[in-house]
Design a protein around this ligand. Structure first.
Ligand code: GTP
Ligand code: MG
Length: 369
C-alpha cells in the first residue's frame, strides 16, 4: 500500500488530464518551439520529464534510474547483514563438498546468530532437508537457490491492499522509545507530499521533552501542517482535534505521532488504546491504519514488543527500521514468520530514500547478489 503513499502511485485525475494535454500540445508544436522549451527543461523545471521527444521513454528511463538508486541504497543499507549472514550462507553452500548433518547444523548456527529466531530457523532447516531429499539434490551449491526460495516464501505476501489515495487515511504510528517513529513519519510525509497527497501531522507525543518540536521541525522541512497541543496535555485530545481538522480540510493523509512506550507499561498502553479508540470513533469511515515501528537492532525483543502492541491496538503493518545498523538482519524473517503482520516499510539508513517499501524479492536480491 505504501507504494501508493510513496510517490509511485496514481496521480490525481485532474493532473493526469493536464499532463495528457501537455503531452498532446507538445506533440503538435513546430520544431523550433520545441527546442526553446528543451533549453528551459534543462533547468529541471516542471517540464523536466519531457527531456526528449518521447515522454514515455523518458519516464521509463527516469523510473529505471530511480529504481537503480533505491536498489544500491538498499544494498548499502544491508551491507552489515550481507557481509555476515548472507556471505556465511553463501560460503557454506559453495564451500562444502557434501550435504551432511554438519552442513545443516552449521546453517542452523548461522541463522540463530543472525537473529532469525529458533522457531523460524528450525522451520527453514527442516524444510530444506526435506526439499533436498525430495528433489534428490546432491551438491551443496544447489541448496542455495532452494534456500533463497524458502526465504522468499516466508517474506512474501500480505501487502497488496489497494485503496484510493485521495480519500482520508489516518496512520497512527506506534512503538517503543527511540524505534524511529517520528523520523519515519517525516519520511512518509515527504514521500506522500511528493505524490501530491495533502498531508497533515498530529503531535500525539505530548510526553517526551521536545517531541512536539521534533515533529514541528519535520513539518517545516516537508512543508505540511501539524496539529499540536501543549506538552503534557492529553494525547487523545490531540488526536481528536487532528482528525476533525483532517476531515474539514479534506486532507488525504493524517499521520499521528505517539509517545514511545515500553510494551510492558500497562498504563501507557491503556493510553494508546484510548487514542486508537478516539481515532476510530471520529474517523467517519476513513481508512485507519496502525503502523508499528520496530528497531531491527533490538533483535528478538522486537517480536515480543510486536505481540503486545498487536494485542492492545491491532497492528496493520510494520516498519522495520535501522536494518543498516545491524548484522543481524535475519530478524526480518522472524518478524514476518512469527507475527503474521505485513512488513510494509524498511529503514536502511537515515536519508529520505532509505525508508523503502518492503519488496521481498528485491530485498533477497539485495542481500545475496
Ligand atoms: N541508521 C538509522 N537510523 C534511523 C533509522 N530510522 C530512524 N533512525 C534514527 O533513530 C533515532 C530515533 O528516531 P526517532 O524518530 O526520534 O524515534 P522515536 O521512535 O520517535 O523516538 P521517541 O519519540 O523518543 O520514542 C534518530 O536518530 C533517527 O535518525 C534507520 O532506518 N537507520
Ligand atoms: Mg518520537
Amino acid at each position: 500500500m505504501f507504494k501508493k503513499l510513496f510517490g509511485r502511485g496514481k496521480k490525481k485525475k485532474k493532473e493526469e488530464e493536464q499532463e495528457q494535454e501537455e503531452i498532446e500540445f507538445k506533440e503538435e508544436k513546430p520544431e523550433e518551439e520545441k527546442n526553446t522549451e528543451e533549453t528551459q527543461e534543462g533547468t529541471g523545471g516542471v517540464f523536466s520529464k519531457f527531456k526528449t521527444h518521447d515522454p514515455d521513454k523518458v519516464e521509463i528511463e527516469e523510473k529505471e534510474e530511480e529504481e537503480e538508486g533505491f536498489f544500491s541504497r538498499l544494498k548499502n543499507g544491508l551491507s552489515k547483514t550481507r557481509n555476515s549472514f548472507a556471505s556465511q550462507v553463501q560460503n557454506l553452500f559453495t564451500g562444502r563438498s557434501k550435504i551432511d548433518d554438519e552442513l545443516y547444523e552449521d546453517l542452523e548456527e548461522i541463522l540463530i546468530q543472525a537473529d532469525v529466531g529458533v522457531n523460524t530457523t528450525m522451520k527453514l532447516v527442516d524444510e530444506l532437508r526435506e526439499k533436498a531429499k525430495d528433489q534428490g539434490v546432491k551438491k551443496p551449491a544447489e541448496l542455495h537457490d532452494i534456500f533463497k526460495e524458502q526465504l522468499s516464501d516466508i517474506l512474501s505476501g500480505g501487502v497488496d491492499d489497494v485503496y484510493d489515495e485521495h480519500q482520508l487515511t489516518i496512520l497512527m504510528v506506534v512503538g517503543v522509545n527511540g524505534a524511529g517513529k517520528t523520523t519515519t513519519i517525516g519520511k512518509i510525509a515527504q514521500r506522500a507530499k511528493g505524490n501530491n497527497q495533502d498531508v497533515l501531522l498530529a503531535a500525539g507525543d505530548t510526553f517526551r521533552a521536545a517531541a512536539i518540536e521534533q515533529l514541528e521541525e519535520w513539518s517545516n522541512r516537508v512543508g505540511v501542517d501539524v496539529i499540536s497541543h501543549q506538552k503534557g496535555s492529553d494525547s487523545a485530545a490531540v488526536a481528536y482535534d487532528a482528525v476533525q481538522a483532517a476531515k474539514s480540510r479534506d486532507v488525504d493523509l493524517l499521520i499521528v505521532d505517539t509517545a514511545g512506550r515500553l510494551h510492558t507499561q500497562d498504563n501507557l498502553m491503556k493510553e494508546l488504546k484510548k487514542v486508537r479508540r478516539i481515532v476510530g470513533r471520529e474517523s467517519d469511515g476513513a481508512r485507519v491504519e496502525v503502523l508499528l515501528i520496530l528497531d531491527a537492532t533490538t533483535g528478538q525483543n522486537a517480536i515480543s514488543q510486536a505481540k503486545t502492541f498487536n494485542k492492545d491496538v491491532k497492528v496493520d503493518g510494520i516498519a522495520l527500521t535501522k536494518l543498516d545498523g545491524t548484522a543481524k538482519g535475519g530478524v526480518i524473517l522472524a518478524v514476518k514468520e512469527e507475527l503474521g503482520i505485513p512488513i510494509k516499510l524498511i529503514g536502511v539508513g537515515e536519508g529520505i530514500k532509505d525508508l523503502q517499501d518492503f519488496e521481498p524479492e528485491t530485498f533477497i536480491d539485495a542481500l545475496f547478489d
